[in-house]
Ligand binder design. Structure first.
Ligand SMILES: Cc1cc2nc3c(=O)[nH]c(=O)nc-3n(C[C@H](O)[C@H](O)[C@H](O)COP(=O)(O)OP(=O)(O)OC[C@H]3O[C@@H](n4cnc5c(N)ncnc54)[C@H](O)[C@@H]3O)c2cc1C
Ligand code: SF4
Length: 450
């Protein structure tokens, strides 16, 4: 590297007004006339591929038909009966690779029906107005412990409460919502929507919440199995993968998820320290989110570096395009080789060029380049932080570091279910976590009524 300049990291790179504008709603909600026009575009396919592609199986033509006839309550009921977080999912689902990708109108000459925006149209007024569409069944006399407060656990808790069971949610963080509250990009969920949705979910009743209580520290899985009739585990993934290089912990090497959590909780985003030159290592949704948000906070140069090509990136093409239009540079076929330091601080990264051999194996080519940085974000995936969760791992069957479950999300223990990011085979999406929680609750109900 030619010159070692002091790190340039500071708050207030943009004015509060500029930051507010940058973090405004990513997609404007549809007004009634737009929703009507969009709903009229649906062909109401008999074996709707969009419904098959939805991980929660929402009857999409069914809810769109109800929007057409201005039956918003009915439409929201169709959505929320399959996905109680239909409001958040309408904002954060990668619809371009789910329902909208398979929409029969998604052709070269046409555009898919904007299912996500229609779903938001149908659910917003119901959730924001706290209009409860579900009623609890009579008390079953059964008590269930739900560990975690993210989409998997809240979906499970809501369904269990609806089915008449008494639920206790034991959640490690200060607020409920999991990554909806602490992880999702700020411009996808504005105006504290995550907490509005949590309030809506709790509005069903029968759910007792204990925030700030950690499995592995404040209680054990064995305690819960003694005290409750069944247990659901939805503690997500608390750990991030390390870059695996010497000086991984150097000043200026930052965990992207931790920074995003601070950003989501900041009262004034202009007060967050931001680097002038930012490097993001990774190719998934988290990498895109930290890169775009760094740019929105005023970083001058943001470069995302991924060791494979655009097709292999975890982030969809739409997300990659979004990053580029936000001013992020995406570099492919570069693997981090070593961190460059200026004293104790990171000043850049040396990368090795990569290519695939005939067997599809990734190899270094032996050529190198260096990129300067004030901040290097690690965004190469997460893992379950078993060390923090105590003896739970020893009691459960695991598969590649996550909990092994059957089709109904039952673990190897007869009275314990699990869902969301902490289970093997998870798609690591909000919508799939919601589906896990729902399926588990329905299976738990069968078990509890036996
Ligand atoms: C930065 C980022 C951006 C993302 N963006 C999107 C997106 O745009 N769209 C999308 O669909 N998905 C996105 N995802 C993925 C999505 O957020 C997750 O798949 C989803 O939140 C998983 O839900 P969960 O309930 O399994 O876990 P989490 O949401 O992680 O919730 C876990 C909960 O468990 C609690 N907990 C943890 N440990 C313990 C313990 N020991 N005891 C008690 N409680 C504990 C936590 O406090 C938390 O409340 C993103 C993920 C990240 C990291
Ligand atoms: S595939 Fe498209 S057109 Fe067909 S029902 Fe679904 S949204 Fe409507």
């Amino acid at each position: 590297m030619s010159e070692q300049l002091p790190a340039d990291i500071r708050p207030g790179r943009l004015s509060s007004a500029e930051i507010e504008a940058n973090f405004g709603d990513m997609h404007s909600p549809l007004a009634r006339p737009e929703a009507q026009v969009e709903a009229d575009r649906c062909y109401f396919c008999f074996d709707a591929p969009c419904t098959t592609a939805c991980p929660t199986g929402i009857d999409i033509p069914g809810f769109i038909q109800k929007i057409r006839s201005n039956n918003i309550k009915g439409s929201a009921h169709t959505i929320l009966s399959e996905n109680i977080m239909g409001g958040m999912c309408s904002r954060v689902c990668p619809t371009e690779v789910l329902c909208e990708e398979v929409c029969v109108r998604n052709t070269l000459e046409d555009q898919p029906v904007r299912i996500g925006l229609l779903q938001r149209y149908a659910t917003d007024s119901i959730i924001q107005g706290n209009i409860q569409l579900f009623q609890r069944r009579d008390d079953s006399g059964k008590r269930v412990a739900v560990v975690g407060g993210g989409p998997a656990s809240l979906s499970c808790a809501h369904r269990l409460a609806t089915l008449g069971h008494q639920v206790t949610v034991l959640n490690g963080s200060e607020k409920l919502g999991g990554l909806n509250e602490y992880g999702i990009a700020a411009y996808k969920t504005i105006n504290n929507f995550a907490q509005t949705e949590v309030d809506y979910i709790l509005g069903i009743g029968g759910i007792d919440v204990r925030n700030g209580e950690l499995l592995g520290t404040d209680f054990s899985l064995a305690d819960l199995r003694d005290e409750y009739d069944a247990v659901f585990l939805g503690f997500g993934m608390g750990g991030v993968n390390e870059l695996g290089m010497e000086n991984d912990q150097a000043e200026g090497v930052v965990d992207a998820v931790e920074y995003i959590a601070a950003l989501r909780q900041a009262d004034n985003k202009a007060e967050l320290p931001v680097g002038r030159k930012v490097l993001v290592i990774g190719g998934g949704m988290t990498a895109i989110d930290i890169a775009v948000q760094s740019k929105h906070l005023g970083a001058e140069e943001v470069t995302m570096v991924y060791r494979r090509g655009p097709q292999q990136m975890g982030a969809s093409k739409l997300e990659q395009d979004h990053a580029r239009t936000s001013g992020v540079v995406i570099r492919h076929w570069l693997a981090p080789d070593c961190l460059l330091l200026n004293g104790e601080r990171v000043s850049g990264v040396r990368f090795e060029y990569t290519s695939l051999d005939d067997d599809g194996k990734l190899n270094g080519t032996g050529e190198h380049c260096e990129l300067q940085a004030d901040v290097v974000f690690k965004a190469i995936g997460q893992n379950v932080l078993w060390s923090a969760i105590g003896e739970t791992a020893a009691a459960l069957e695991l598969e590649r570091g996550r909990i092994s479950v059957d089709d109904q999300r039952k673990t190897s223990l007869a009275d314990v279910w699990a869902g969301g990011d902490c289970i093997a085979g998870s798609a690591d999406l909000t919508v799939s976590a919601v589906q896990d929680g729902k399926l588990a609750a329905m299976d738990m109900d069968r078990f509890l009524r036996k």
